[in-house]
Design a protein around this ligand. Sequence first.
Ligand code: ADP
Ligand code: MG
Length: 276
Amino acid sequence: MAGTLMSVEGVTMEFGGLRALSDVNIDIKEGEIFGLIGPNGAGKTTLFNCITGVYAPTRGKVGFSGGAITGKRPDQIVELGVCRTFQQIRLFPNMTAMENVFIGVDARHHTSIFGAMFRSPRHHREEKEGEEKALELLEYCGIRKFANDLAKNLSYGDQRRLEIARALGTKPRLLLLDEPAAGMNPAEKNGLRDLVRKIRDSGVTVLLIEHDMKVVMGLSDRVAVLDHGERIAFGKPEEVQKDPKVVEAYLGAGAGGNAGQKTAPGGNGSTEATGA
Ligand SMILES: Nc1ncnc2c1ncn2[C@@H]1O[C@H](COP(=O)(O)OP(=O)(O)O)[C@@H](O)[C@H]1O
Ligand SMILES: [Mg+2]
């Protein structure tokens, strides 16, 4: 049995009077694909923000690889091996695909500013290595042919792949994907599933927020369901799918006022939610 790579323990996040996360517990095992689902506004992205150091949780603790990461800065958490993509794509639109990935790779190359200014041989070599690594990552993610195209000219699906390539450039042990299939057509979604599996098979643990039930249930080893900031279900996809609380949260007759996403977990949901 694989050990725990990340533990989210009693994480609560309050924004003024709003409690976005309420005492959430999740453990992620090394080597698994873990799905995080829930209606719009459930707190999924907020949990990513608490894990990656964007927010310090109001209460609770996040552990990674045996140490506490709560309270660390985002760049320190990346350095420890946790990297993410964003629900709203964050690329440099006027840079090429290669340059967008190079930046992530480069963050780990600590050439001094002087080396860069004087074009030292060491700097030159590192730059070359960084470029090669970026091209490898583009190849790995199936978008090498767009290496010299501006990010903004890639299709939406390919931009999502580019974000993944860039995140992989930081050599994560845990990769967090925030709705990677959003905006993709069915063929792109199939390709994405293959890519996520390939990433996991290469030894990277994956935490996946995804609204497309077919994608998330097909990919995940285990799933947690958030609703109004609370973890209402947790377990294998087939168990979670049948859980009355989960069906209720998704179909809930509008009682909870959850805007948007209403596809039942058992369904062939291709619903996209744009969310916060
Ligand atoms: N920075 C913030 N300030 C205030 N409220 C926020 C902030 N971030 C998220 N929220 C609120 O927290 C709740 C959960 O949001 P979010 O985590 O984005 O949900 P999800 O990703 O599951 O759709 C929502 O009610 C949202 O409006
Ligand atoms: Mg979200």
